[in-house]
Design a protein around this ligand. Structure first.
Ligand code: PMP
Length: 422
C-alpha cells in the first residue's frame, strides 16, 4: 500500500475505533479461566463423596491425616491420562503450579538427589524458557532470581539443537520449562522425536525438565494425542531423574478446587515427598475421593472433557472466524489454529503488539499484558499476543474480538506509516 492509501485506511479504522470506544466496553480476555458453564459440568462434585462415604478402595479413612502420595485410585486414573505409572505419581494439593514452585524451592535449598550442593549454593542458576511460553512459569523462576534464557519454539516443540548447545556447555542450566500438549500459548504439541531428543541432550546431572502437561486431555478435536511416556523414555535415555511430570484437574473440574499431580522417578519422588512431608501431614484426600467417585475411571474423564469441548468449540471457532474475516486479507497478522488447550496465539506486525494491546485497553478490552509470553516480559519483536477465549460469554467474546481486530489493523497502519516515513 502507498502511504496515501495507508492514510485513507487508517482514517476509516480510526472511525471504527472511535465507535468502539463509544461503546463503553469492559471486557476481559486476559486469562485462561474456565467459564461458569464449564464449572457447572462438575457441580456433581459438590455433593460427593456424600455422607458416610469416606473410605478409599484400600479402606483408608480419607478424613484423617496421612498418605502423602494421595489416593491410589485417583493416581491410576490420571496416571493413564498423563502417561505415568500410578506408582510414579503423587496426587497432592489443588495446584500444579504450587508443586512446580515447591520442587524448585527444594532444589534451591536442599539440592536435587543429583546435586553436589543446593542450587542456591552453586552461584548463578539458569532455566531455559521456550517462548512464547507460560507467564506463570517465568514468574516462578524470576521470583527466585533464576536467570532465564529464551529458546525458540518450533511447530513440533522447542528448538532442541539450541537447547543442546546451551546445556552441553553450561552446567549452571538447571531447568527447562515446557508445556508438551496444546502448549500455552502456541497450541504446539511436542513430537516424539523432539521429546526423545530433549531427554538425551548432554546437561548437568541435576538438570530438570518441568514437563507441565496441563492440557493433556483438553482437546478441541475428537481425541487428544496419546501422552508421551516421558519417565520411561528418560530412563531409556540414561537420565531417569531428568523429568518432572505435572498436571492437574484445574481445567477439568474446579479451577480452585481440583487436584494436582507430580510424576517422577523413584529417587525424585522419595526426595520431594520427604520435603513435602515437612510442610504438611498429607493432602486433602476427601477431595481426591470425591474426584474418584465423580469420574470412576479414565474414560469418565474423557467423556467429561468431551462436554467441555462442546462448550469451548463455538468460542474458538468464533475467534478464528473473526480473525479470518477481518484480518485474513490484510497480511498484518498470523494466528494459531489450536486443536486443544486454552489459547489462540496471535502474532501481529513486529513492533505492534504493545500498541495493539494499548488501543484495546483504551477501548475497554483487556488483553494479556504485552510481552507476558516471554521471560522478563520482554518480547524481542513486540509482536506476540495471547488470546484467551474461554471465559467470556459468546456475545461478549464476539464484541471483544471484533474490537481486537480493529485494534490490530489500526496499530498496523501506524507501524507501516512510521516505516514509510523512516
Ligand atoms: N500450567 C499451565 C501451562 C497453565 O496454563 C496453567 C493454568 N493457566 C497452570 C499450569 C496452572 O495449573 P494449576 O491450576 O494446577 O496450578
Amino acid at each position: 500500500m502507498s502511504a496515501d492509501n495507508l492514510r485513507d485506511t487508517q482514517a476509516e479504522l480510526r472511525k471504527l475505533y472511535d465507535e468502539l470506544c463509544g461503546l463503553g466496553l469492559s471486557l476481559d480476555i486476559t486469562r485462561g479461566k474456565p467459564a461458569p458453564d464449564q464449572l457447572d459440568l462438575s457441580n456433581g462434585l459438590l455433593a460427593l463423596p456424600g455422607e458416610g462415604d469416606y473410605r478409599d478402595a484400600g479402606g483408608t479413612d480419607t478424613r484423617n491425616y496421612g498418605g502423602i502420595a494421595g489416593l491410589k485410585e485417583l493416581r491410576e486414573i490420571f496416571g493413564e491420562l498423563l502417561g505415568v505409572d500410578a506408582a510414579d505419581l503423587i496426587a497432592f494439593g489443588n495446584s500444579s503450579l504450587q508443586l512446580m514452585h515447591d520442587v524448585t524451592v527444594a532444589a534451591l535449598l536442599h539440592g536435587t538427589p543429583d546435586s553436589a550442593e543446593p542450587w542456591a549454593k552453586q552461584g548463578t542458576v539458569k532455566f531455559l524458557c521456550p517462548a512464547p511460553g507460560y507467564d506463570r512459569h517465568f514468574a516462578i523462576t524470576e521470583s527466585f532470581g533464576i536467570e532465564m534464557i529464551t529458546v525458540p519454539m518450533n511447530p513440533d516443540g522447542p528448538d532442541v539443537a539450541a537447547i543442546a548447545e546451551l546445556t552441553a556447555n553450561d552446567p549452571s542450566i538447571k531447568g527447562l520449562w515446557v508445556v508438551p500438549t496444546y502448549s500455552n500459548p502456541t497450541g504446539v504439541t511436542f513430537s516424539e522425536e523432539v521429546t526423545r531428543a530433549l531427554l538425551e541432550v548432554p546437561a548437568a546431572d541435576d538438570f530438570r525438565i518441568y514437563w507441565d502437561n496441563a492440557y493433556a486431555v483438553h482437546t478441541l478435536v475428537e481425541a487428544p494425542p496419546a501422552p508421551h511416556p516421558v519417565l520411561e523414555w528418560a530412563a531409556q535415555a540414561g537420565h531417569p531423574n531428568r523429568v518432572y511430570v505435572l498436571g492437574s484437574t484445574s481445567k477439568i473440574t474446579f479451577a480452585g478446587g481440583g487436584v494436582a499431580f507430580f510424576g517422577a522417578s523413584a529417587d525424585n519422588l522419595a526426595w520431594f515427598s520427604k520435603h513435602l512431608g515437612i510442610s504438611t501431614i498429607g493432602p486433602d484426600k476427601v477431595n481426591q475421593l470425591r474426584h474418584v467417585r465423580f469420574f470412576g475411571d479414565a474414560d469418565g474423564v474423557r467423556a467429561h472433557m468431551a462436554r467441555h469441548r462442546e462448550l469451548l468449540t463455538p468460542k474458538f471457532t468464533l475467534v478464528l472466524d473473526i480473525l479470518d474475516d477481518r484480518l485474513g486479507d490484510a497480511k498484518v497478522a498470523d494466528w494459531s489454529r489450536p486443536e486443544g488447550g486454552y489459547f489462540i496465539n496471535l502474532d501481529v506486525l513486529d513492533g505492534a503488539a504493545k500498541r495493539t494491546i494499548e488501543l484495546a485497553g483504551n477501548a475497554g478490552i483487556a488483553l494479556t499484558a504485552a510481552g507476558s509470553t516471554y521471560p522478563y516480559k520482554q518480547d524481542p519483536r513486540d509482536r506476540n499476543i495471547r488470546l484467551a477465549p474461554t471465559f467470556p460469554g459468546i456475545d461478549d467474546l464476539r464484541t471483544a474480538m471484533e474490537g481486537v481486530a480493529t485494534c490490530v489493523l489500526l496499530a498496523a497502519t501506524e507501524t507501516l506509516l512510521t516505516a514509510h516515513s523512516d
